[in-house]
Ligand binder design. Structure first.
Ligand code: SF4
Length: 435
């Protein structure tokens, strides 16, 4: 009996790829890892600790750092909301352990290809992507993808490798090692926090394309099916289900606004004057064309949003609650169209909207207080959009923004650290700690 036979739910294998040497190894998933750390984030922190025994000596953007994609025993099953998986690394933004979590279908596909974990080590000499088809793993050139956004990169790789291929990739921000660069999977799902995309960029790894055909073994399939059915029933019977499945996380915007906790003007106030435009109802009616879901999730909390206005024309996965605050109420934009457009740009460039919006709000307040020569006005949508672009391509002030809010506050000085909404170097999410 193999380890995998005894531990159902796991594929029993770790894939290790060293981009410096080109070595590709498959190792058995250690029994104690399954028993003591279960999966996902547990796997990530244990493996990171083992692989970087002297973390202080590791440059997060150097070849010695590792990027760990880890799943858990429920990924790939029909257990509800089980599409999520984790990426762990030493973060260049904070200089310490960092992880990010995403939904979509990529996590399940890692399992279907026969792996529980993918560890990327080293640094390629030129831009490459990893192509995985079950047991066949190859490192291929990605020179034709250099500088391309998330949408084009995903489309090109799906076209090249087949329509069932799932893609995780970085955009220009990752290639430029911006400290809020994200990894996107399945186009619209983001491993956004801790600058995991900058680490992927430092490794010159543009993407992982994965296509799996294996079955996942369950210990007691009939009982598992029944339990999953019970969970689905409980979820749909919950009193919050209807709102969440129709409006998505925009519902939280309503709740935060009602409690005076919608962080506005870089958190100077929690009272936002434009809720008539930002309410979940207005968003759904004015911009959302359909709901979307992660693998095996009945909640389908994501919204596909379309903006018709010429200046902000875009279509894609719309902002979530976090982004309404980061790119909306923090810089105090009165209209939602530009927020959806700025979100679309962040998505395509591959950047964490929380950090981008947080840094922009901080700069606006610095400008208001006369601490920087640049002139920004609260509510200036064009300035927000221009700063998003400058940050992704590290142009002008965008190059400074790309190093994070803490760096900016230290550079600007004059007491600006007092209103820099960050902790340990990472920009704070939307939830106002005062409410
Ligand atoms: S659709 Fe929403 S609730 Fe369901 S797994 Fe994805 S993020 Fe979570």
């Amino acid at each position: 009996m193999t380890e995998q036979d005894k531990y159902f739910g796991y594929m029993g294998q770790i894939l290790r790829v060293n981009l410096s040497t080109g070595e590709i190894k498959k190792e058995p998933l250690p029994r104690e890892l399954m028993e003591d750390y279960i999966g996902g984030r547990g796997f990530g922190i244990k493996l990171l600790t083992d692989l970087l025994p002297d973390p202080n000596s590791v440059d997060p953007l150097g070849p010695e750092n590792v990027l760990i994609f880890s799943t858990g025993p429920l990924n790939g099953t029909m257990s509800p909301s089980s599409g999520r998986y984790t990426v762990t690394t030493k973060s260049p933004l904070t200089g310490i352990f960092g992880d990010a979590n995403s939904g979509g279908a990529f996590g399940a596909e890692i399992k279907f290809a026969g792996y529980d974990v993918i560890i990327v080590e080293g640094q390629a000499a030129e831009l490459v992507y990893l192509n995985i088809r079950d047991d066949r793993v190859e490192i291929l050139t990605a020179s034709d993808l250099a500088g391309k956004g998330i949408m084009d990169t995903t489309d090109i790789l799906v076209e090249k490798q087949g329509r069932d291929t799932k893609v995780a990739c970085i955009g220009p921000a990752g290639e430029n090692m911006v400290f809020c660069a994200a990894i996107a999977n399945d186009k619209y799902h983001y491993l956004a926090r801790c600058a995991v995309g900058a680490v992927m960029g430092s490794k010159k790894l543009k993407a992982i394309a994965i296509n799996g055909t294996l079955d996942l073994k369950l210990a007691a399939p009939a009982e598992f099916l029944k339990k999953s059915g019970d969970c689905y029933r409980k979820i749909t019977e919950d009193k919050t289900y209807d709102d969440f499945s129709y409006y998505g996380t925009a519902v939280i915007t309503d709740i935060a606004a009602e409690s005076g906790g919608l962080s506005t003007r870089n958190g100077q106030t929690g009272i936002f004057d434009h809720m008539d435009k930002y309410s979940s109802h207005a968003y759904r009616e004015d911009f959302v064309t359909r709901s979307e879901s992660c693998f095996s999730c009945i909640i389908h909390c994501s919204n596909y949003a379309v903006v018709e206005e010429k200046k902000y024309k875009c279509a894609g996965k719309g902002p979530e609650f976090e982004t309404f605050v980061a790119l909306g109420s923090r810089p105090d934009l009165p209209e939602l169209g530009p927020v959806i457009y700025a979100n679309y740009l962040c998505n395509d460039y591959g950047m964490d909207t929380i950090s981008v919006g947080g840094i922009i709000g901080f700069l606006f307040e610095c400008s208001e207080k006369g601490m920087i020569p640049e002139k920004y006005q609260w509510g200036d949508a064009d300035a927000v959009i221009e700063l998003v672009r400058k940050m992704a391509f590290r142009e002008g002030i965008g190059d400074e923004m790309a190093k994070g809010m803490k760096y900016l506050a230290e550079k600007i000085g004059q007491g600006s650290m007092d209103f820099a909404l960050q902790t340990k170097g990472m920009e704070l999410p939307a939830y106002d700690p005062r409410t």
